[in-house]
Design a protein around this ligand. Structure first.
Ligand code: IPM
Ligand code: MN
Length: 352
């Protein structure tokens, strides 16, 4: 029987609870479609850091590199200063495993959960391809005269031709495979960031013209993009953008698809180890209460199966999630579902 090795990092807060439900659903889909998932658990996160003072052991990255996929719950602990775990675990893995794409679908499953007036599932169905290894996230920059009245802080956006091109090619390919409107929109800020987005825009049109003439190219400033997300989300098919803008617009995207309880994402290295995570955080105040919505983690598992090439199993999970969202759940928020975390997992698994 075909089998896949999957690393599991439950992480902090409610992360382990939602990942458990994702595994439950994945196992059901695997059993149905004749393959197996072999899980190896890793305890990286805030608790381990507080216990050992080590964020990520040096051997961890090389060990994780051996897996085709990682399932991640959440990173972020109330007793650890912000930035330490995020940079030391999440960003380090994204960078060192060269997960240069952050793929974030924005798909509304039921109009009851959309905060926008008169928007239906067919209106909100697009994908954001966020560059995931460069931009403002590299840590380039520094302080001068720190702690004095003259202090200067510079945070630089790094955009390499290679990094931008590989992200754009992925986005063009993805748009072609998606076969919806065959339209790729570059979201940027060419009117102000005249170096960074000059490079992006030139590469976008050069690659598009030479290699993807079948894909229509659009451009929108990022501020306008947020406006269209609210006003006319139906205009979008696939959006490609840099790391920081992608971070910001996908939180807005999560809200219009029903909130953090449903928003899934994948950190993709098309030739290596990819990592799948719900977009929402560790929600410490709900830890252990069995009330958080596991659907985002379940949908991240679905994305994992797509990347592993198990498309039918992935599709079964999506159909089951749609049914649960439309017919069984009262609200998508934590504690408001009308069911516990594990009950929601059970329902999806059963339908699969
Ligand atoms: C996300 C998160 C992370 C990011 C944080 C936790 C570092 O907001 O995955 O969107 O900024 O990328
Ligand atoms: Mn974010």
């Amino acid at each position: 029987m075909k089998s896949y090795n999957v690393a599991v990092i439950g992480g902090d807060g409610t992360g382990p609870e939602v990942v458990r439900e994702a595994q439950k659903v994945l196992d059901a889909a695997a059993a149905k479609h004749g393959f197996k998932l072999e899980y190896t658990e890793f305890d990286f996160g805030g608790d381990r850091y507080l216990r050992t003072n080590e964020v990520l052991p040096d051997s961890a990255v090389d060990e994780l590199r051996k897996f085709p996929a990682i399932l991640l719950g959440a990173i972020g602990h109330p007793d650890v200063r912000p930035g330490i775990l995020e940079k030391g675990i999440l960003l380090r893995l994204r960078f060192e495993l060269e997960q240069y794409i952050n793929l974030r679908p924005v798909k509304l499953y039921d109009d009851r959960f959309c905060p926008l007036k008169n928007k239906k599932p067919e209106d909100i169905d697009f994908v954001v391809v966020r560059e995931n290894n460069e931009g403002l996230y590299t840590g380039a920059g520094g302080f001068v005269f720190k702690g004095t009245p003259h202090e200067v802080a510079v945070q630089e956006s790094v955009n390499t031709r290679r990094g931008v091109e590989r992200c754009l090619r992925f986005a063009f390919e993805y748009t072609r495979k998606r076969k919806k409107e065959n339209t790729l929109t570059l979201s940027g800020k060419t009117n102000v960031l005249t170096y960074a987005f000059d490079l992006w825009e030139r590469a976008f049109h050069e690659i598009g013209q030479a290699e993807y003439p079948d894909i229509k190219r659009e451009y929108a400033h990022v501020d306008a993009t947020t406006m269209w997300f609210i006003k006319n989300p139906e205009w979008y098919d696939v959006i490609v953008t840099d790391n920081m803008f992608g971070d910001i617009i996908t939180d807005l995207g999560a809200m219009i698809q029903g909130g953090m309880g449903i928003a899934a994402g994948g950190n993709i290295n098309p030739n290596g180890t990819s990592m799948f995570e719900p977009i929402g955080g560790s929600a410490p105040k709900y830890t252990g209460k069995n009330v958080i919505n596991p659907l985002a983690a379940i949908c991240s598992g679905q994305m994992m199966l797509e990347i592993l090439g198990e498309n039918q199993a992935a599709n079964d999970i999506e159909q089951a999630v749609i049914k649960v969202v439309r017919e069984r759940i009262k609200e998508l928020g934590a504690g408001k579902m009308g069911h516990s975390t594990s009950e929601v997992g059970d329902m999806v698994a059963e339908l699969v």
